[in-house]
Design a protein around this ligand. Structure first.
Ligand code: ACM
Length: 762
């Protein structure tokens, strides 16, 4: 990561070394404390405190609820019976003190742990967030003394919107399951729970005025099984029915409020409304012959508007949030062109096309919400046909909608595909449970920046924050939900809370692995971390040696070297595993890792291939620093077809190839050509720092194969190289994922990264 960071600056090698050392030291210091999200400032103190069995939590009137929350937490997780004492002025010798102090930054807090006491001060949510930092500093093994290392923290959030969604329509989740989801998000200082309550596959909220919404619309799976509703073929199974009564919703809202989580209710319109239409067919869009196809679109007539206003009135009565989400995504607007209601509406209101009908629909709903003092949130499609006056846009189809809205001075929540979509698998999709999209790794999530470079500082102020989304067609139960959302949600927590300049992928990865003690304590089924160092390898060596390490104590691994995937019946060994075998041609390493978490297992694979690499017959003295590059601006998807074409730009570089985004359909293809100069015979490891892997060839032998997702199947070339130069070529399609990243990284095997200026020549 350091090299990626440094690649952004063209700095001298001396500075590189000094800066590396400084970053390493500060990272190591802060790494003693594995708090996620990373606090703004954390300083280690000397000594530690052990929370006594009968510890007193001193609070005042304002902080008493948080004191009771901490008391419950310690009791439930450690069986520690703390006492809460309410004071006007909390005495200084009270072991745990929760003080409210004024700050103009919502959620700000300070925490001071000495060897005598823990003192947390903050405003509003601040004390609660301080308590979360304290919780993360506690040991996670039951029965050990609750020792907390001395430290001083000053902290506050970067963004006010730190969100996570939950789709309860495609599969219903119970009140207890929803509470657990909220509980864990609050532990990581996430503060907005977006509850996707209605969709085609189920209506999940009691509405008194329209009882069939829940009597019929919440039982879609039941009706589908009887053949009275279409086949639910997008779902992984037959679905899961249910709905929340108003009392249950009030109970969840209270539970969330106690954790400083705001609930954003979503009532989908005008598309994704099949369950409501099934319950009340008059809502549905009909053509003059009567629609025979799947009707998911609301008819834009007065019956529908009255119905939705009635529904929203009851929703507003329940939810205190200033925002209401009305969906607006993926509406099948062409249905309106055949609807007599829509056609006459278009005539009456002079609407030119179906997009303007959608805009009319959303604006009318916005007007109603504003009359009730509520603000409208919608998916980015609500930009089409004209954005409602004060709408907040959730940008999901990439960032373009969010950028456009921010430029129009509208508030935006960034939740773009692919980074914020947790229905995608989080590793190699052949080895993971089925998902909707190509893999999205925690690293991809972590590297996401909500304030796009395309925005001016003033425009960037309109970005309220970011949110991770999950759609549950393929997520049938709570355990699987937890698996899909975590640990990726931890990356959302850090990228929305921590200062931008505190972002550090390596440190975050380390801290993330330290959360599994908590997950176990909470009986929470986060996806297990990967084994360190399972990479696809190209090597010219006659033995394959690797040590498999795992960050979680007590994990077991089954493995094979013959390409066959082990399973729960294969024999297991403990980590670390040392593999040292002769290599003739290729080896298929397959692993099956288990840990003491809900019998969960993860599978990983690596392929090891032996190649021959020859030194080039070129005099090193005749070569100049850097590698040559050519940039082709083209619509051509296939690099091979660029043979003989003239490049748009050429140049020489030691770090990054400076590719400017084309801003249209044109692709930037980059070809590189040069040599790697080796001064000393040794074992070397060559990788690419790219998120989307390039194709790299050494002596015309493929050593790094192009791929859509690195961090999924990381690749290394482990090469024994003699003194001399080796021909290096490569190509890649330049895009956002690889701008400012280091194309080639070389290090002595097991050693430090070398500085590219010293080994890249042409
Ligand atoms: C969405 O993913 N359709 C908002």
């Amino acid at each position: 990561m350091y090299s990626r960071f440094l690649a952004m600056y063209n700095i001298s090698s001396l500075k590189y070394i000094l800066l590396s050392a400084a970053l390493f030291l500060s990272a190591a210091l802060k790494a003693q404390f594995h708090i996620i999200p990373q606090p703004v400032s954390i300083k280690a103190g000397s000594g530690s405190i052990v929370l006594a069995k009968n510890a007193v939590i001193g609070v005042n009137k304002e902080t008493e609820p948080v004191g009771r929350y901490l008391q419950d937490y310690l009791n439930q997780n450690y069986n520690l019976q703390a006492t809460v004492k309410v004071y006007e002025q909390i005495p200084a010798k009270t072991p745990i003190r929760l003080n409210n102090v004024w700050s103009n930054q919502e959620g700000a807090y300070t925490m001071h742990v000495s060897n005598a006491s823990v003192s947390i001060s903050g405003n509003g949510a601040g004390v609660f967030y301080g308590v979360q930092s304290l919780i993360q500093l506690l040991p996670t093994d039951k029965g050990v003394p609750l020792k907390v290392a001395a430290c001083t923290i000053a902290d506050q959030p970067r963004f006010g919107w730190r969100g996570l969604s939950l789709d309860v329509s495609r599969h219903f989740f119970t009140v207890d399951e929803v509470k657990k989801y909220i509980d864990v998000m609050a532990h990581y200082k996430l503060n907005t729970f977006h509850w996707h309550l209605t969709d085609d596959e189920g209506w999940r909220i009691q509405i008194d005025k329209y009882p069939k919404l829940t009597e019929v619309g919440a039982k879609i799976s039941y009706y589908a099984k009887r053949g009275e509703f279409r086949k639910l073929d997008n779902l992984i199974d037959d679905g899961r029915d249910g709905f929340y009564t108003k009392d249950e919703i009030r109970d969840v809202i209270k539970y969330a409020q106690d954790r400083f989580v705001t609930i954003l209710p979503e009532i989908e319109m005008p598309g994704h409304s099949e369950a409501a239409i099934f319950a009340y067919p008059q809502l549905g869009c009909q053509d003059s012959t009567g629609a025979k196809h799947r009707v998911r679109m609301l008819d834009p007539g007065e019956y529908t508007f009255k119905f939705m206003e009635d529904v929203l009135t009851e929703v507003i009565e329940l939810f205190p949030n200033q925002y209401v989400h009305i969906g607006g995504d993926e509406a099948e607007m062409v249905d309106w062109l055949k609807s007599p209601t829509a056609v006459s509406l278009m005539k009456r209101e002079h609407l030119k096309n179906e997009k303007e009908v959608q805009s009319y629909f959303i604006k009318r709903i916005e007007k109603f919400l504003l009359s009730k003092n509520k603000r409208l949130v919608g998916w980015d499609e609500i930009l089409q046909g004209g954005l409602a006056e004060s709408a907040t846009v959730m940008s999901w189809q990439g960032e373009a909608g969010g950028i456009a809205a921010a430029k129009m001075r509208h508030h935006v929540v960034m939740t773009p595909l692919p980074y914020m979509y947790f229905d995608a698998p989080q590793a190699n999709e052949d080895l993971e449970p089925i998902g909707w999209n190509p893999p999205v790794t925690w690293q991809m999530v972590y590297n996401y920046e909500p304030q796009s470079k395309e925005l001016t500082n003033a425009e960037a102020e309109y970005i309220l924050g970011a949110q991770g989304n999950i759609w549950n067609e393929k997520v049938p139960n709570a355990q699987h939900l937890q698996y899909m959302v975590y640990p990726r949600a931890l990356a959302v927590a850090e990228l929305t809370w921590s200062p931008k300049n505190e972002k550090n992928l390596d440190r975050f990865g380390w801290k993330m692995k330290n959360q599994y003690g908590l997950f176990k304590l909470w009986d929470f089924n986060a996806r297990l971390p990967d084994i360190d160092g399972i990479d696809d390898v190209v090597t010219n060596k006659s033995r394959f040696k690797v040590t498999l390490n795992y960050p979680l104590k007590g994990a077991k691994v089954r493995y094979s070297l013959n390409g066959k995937m082990p399973d729960a019946n294969s024999s297991a060994v403990a980590f670390p595993v040392k593999i040292n075998v002769p290599l003739k041609d290729s080896i298929g390493l397959r692993t099956f890792t288990t840990w003491t978490l809900n019998d969960q297992h993860i599978r990983q694979t690596a392929n090891v291939k032996r190649v021959t690499i020859r030194v080039a017959h070129v005099k090193a003295a005749n070569l100049k620093p850097g590698i040559a590059y050519e940039i082709f601006k083209t619509k051509e998807q296939q690099i091979a077809r660029l043979e003989g074409e003239k490049p748009a730009e050429t140049g020489v570089t030691s770090l990054v190839v400076p590719v400017k985004s084309t801003g249209d359909e044109t692709i930037n293809w980059v070809k590189i050509k040069g040599f790697i100069k080796i001064n000393k015979e040794a074992d070397y490891e060559l990788t690419s720092g790219f998120e989307v892997t390039p194709a790299l060839f050494l002596d015309a032998v493929p050593v790094i194969k192009p791929g859509l997702n690195t961090y999924v199947e990381h690749q290394n070339a482990l090469l024994h190289l003699k003194k001399g130069v080796y021909a290096l070529t490569g190509n890649y399609m330049a895009n956002k994922a690889n701008e400012n990243q280091t194309l080639i990284e070389l290090k002595v095997d097991g050693g430090e990264k070398l500085y590219p200026k010293f080994y890249l020549v042409h």
